[in-house]
Ligand binder design. Structure first.
Ligand code: NAD
Ligand code: UGA
Length: 463
């Protein structure tokens, strides 16, 4: 089947950039990205490209090339579904916050709503593509809804999980390590797979496009995130041992990473991984394993999360201990709030949990992040419901520049590895801080020796 019209439901961190790249690389396909959130769609259509709802290096150029040509952002969901031969579902699949599986299982209500809407609207055959990260076997639920509530048209379900990382989304989409497409083993299923292969083949080398059955594809996504997060928790576990023994975690990471079987990537010790997916996807994996009675499997993966929570907590505890066992009334400057550099996304950022612990000890926090707005920072803290919104507001200031954030501070905590942090005038920052001036580098991003020469008391992770 020759695809001429694609619709994507969900204009978020995945739907927006992914569809922008498909549109840019396939000028012969009309791509319409739809969302219920009007403000988000408006932002995607903003002529001022700095107002796009997602910050990703290179995204503005891709959007400006394709938007209005063959890339459209709209709230008219039904119309876009009707027009398209291929529909991507790219809505959020957060951890359930209620009922059975609360705190572990993926909440699939948005997925089900999409399936019901597609079934109601579709008057011609459609290929429905799972782009969201989903529990293994979700495709069968989607198929059931489509087949039982539809208008008698044929649906093929594909799983095409997305592996982009935020901050490098455009580079990842331009040159993916692999594109994974899972589909039915029937002839119709194989045709649907081929239609999606043909879309990606416009820019992805064929040998990097992998096709599997649906269940392998769905499970591979959860597995990839679990393995990646496991590496971070593994090196973070060792960082604590390094601190006790005089070993340096950066040196250990380098030494083991040169073993080609281990590899050098994803071995950076940190204040803990964040982001919208690692925790959610591992909890989901744990839940699925438990639901099949595989308790050892579940416990094994759950430990990755337990370790990560510990890493965030011990970072905050160490600040309190080092500042003579009290931070009450002390100003602590946070450099960074996003969960990693080069993104404005703060979901599950370690910064939120470290701030929460310090606020409970009555610290006064001053935050500077180059891309995160004050409203988001307060939203993140209020979401935890640890204290009243007015207490959060009183405890946190958001600074317009790093020098203001650090002025008269007792300590600086680096929570995100923004490159710009390395280029600051650290002498000026030191001169304007209370002494002793502490730096807790949760990302090992600053030059500790240089800071110590200036007079700072510097502590990185794992050394
Ligand atoms: P997001 O919250 O940024 O975007 C989801 C969008 O879907 C929202 O704008 C929401 O309004 C919209 N939406 C929800 N229900 C809808 C409906 N019924 N109709 C129309 N729009 C609807 O989420 P995201 O970060 O883009 O993640 C989406 C999925 O992709 C998740 O399953 C996630 O696990 C997966 N994923 C995310 C990343 C990432 O880096 N963020 C990477 C790979 C995979
Ligand atoms: C991750 C995966 O890398 C993507 O392949 C996947 O598509 C995505 O999740 C998803 O499913 O959402 P992302 O969360 O955007 O991407 O960013 P990562 O680069 O994986 O970083 C995740 C967290 O781990 C960040 O907080 C980062 O700072 C931390 N991290 C990463 C470390 O602490 N150390 C490392 O060595 C690597």
């Amino acid at each position: 089947m020759n695809i001429k019209n694609i619709c994507c439901i969900g204009a978020g961190y995945v739907g927006g950039p992914t569809m922008a790249v498909i549109a840019q690389k396939c000028p012969h396909i009309k791509v319409t990205v739809v969302d219920l959130n009007e403000a988000r769609i408006q932002a995607w259509n903003d002529l001022d490209l700095s107002k796009l709802p997602v910050y990703e290096p290179g995204l503005d150029a891709v959007v400006s090339e394709a938007r209005g040509r063959n890339l459209f952002f709209s709230t008219e969901v039904d119309k876009a579904i009707e027009e398209a031969e291929m529909i991507f579902i790219s809505v959020n699949t957060p951890t359930k916050t209620y009922g059975v599986g609360k705190g572990m299982a993926a909440d699939l209500k948005y997925i089900e709503l999409c399936a019901r809407q597609i079934a109601r609207v579709a008057k011609t055959d459609k290929i429905v593509v799972e782009k969201s990260t989903l529990p293994v076997r979700t495709a069968s639920a989607i198929k059931e809804i489509l087949d039982h509530t539809g208008n008698g048209v044929n649906f093929q379900i594909l799983s095409n999980p997305e592996f982009l990382a935020e901050g490098t989304a455009i580079a990842d989409l331009f040159a993916p390590d692999r594109v994974l497409i899972g589909g039915d083993t029937t002839t119709e299923g194989q045709h649907a797979i081929q239609a999606l292969v043909d879309v990606y083949a416009n820019w992805v080398p064929k040998e990097r496009i992998l096709t599997t059955n649906v269940w392998s594809s769905e499970l591979s996504k959860l597995t990839a995130n679990a393995f990646l997060a496991q590496r971070v928790s593994s090196i973070n576990a060792l960082s604590e041992l390094c601190e006790k023994t005089g070993a340096d975690v950066n040196e250990v990471a380098r030494a083991i990473g040169m073993d080609s079987r281990i590899g050098p990537k994803f071995l950076k010790a940190s204040v803990g991984f964040g982001g919208s997916c690692f925790q959610k996807d591992i909890l989901n994996l744990v839940y699925i394993a438990k639901s099949y009675g595989l308790h050892e499997v579940a416990d094994y993966w759950e430990q990755v999360i337990i370790m990560n929570d510990h890493q965030k907590r011990r970072f905050a505890k160490n600040i309190i201990k080092t500042l003579y066992n009290t931070v009450s009334g002390k100003k602590i400057a946070f450099l960074g709030w996003a969960f990693k550099k080069d993104t404005n996304d703060t979901r599950e950022s370690a910064a939120i949990y470290v701030a929460d612990d310090l606020l409970s000890e009555q610290a006064s926090i001053s935050v500077f992040d180059p891309k995160v707005e004050a409203t988001q920072i307060l939203f993140d803290l209020n979401y935890l419901e640890t204290r009243s919104e007015s207490d959060n507001k009183n405890g946190v200031q958001v600074a317009v520049d790093p020098y203001e954030a650090c002025h008269n501070a007792h300590a600086i905590a680096v929570l995100t590895e923004w490159d710009a942090f390395k280029t600051y005038d650290w002498q000026k920052i030191y001169d304007n801080m209370l002494k002793p001036a502490f730096v807790f580098d949760g990302r090992n991003v600053l030059n500790g020796e240089e800071l110590e020469r200036i007079g700072f008391v510097y502590q990185g992770i794992g050394s």
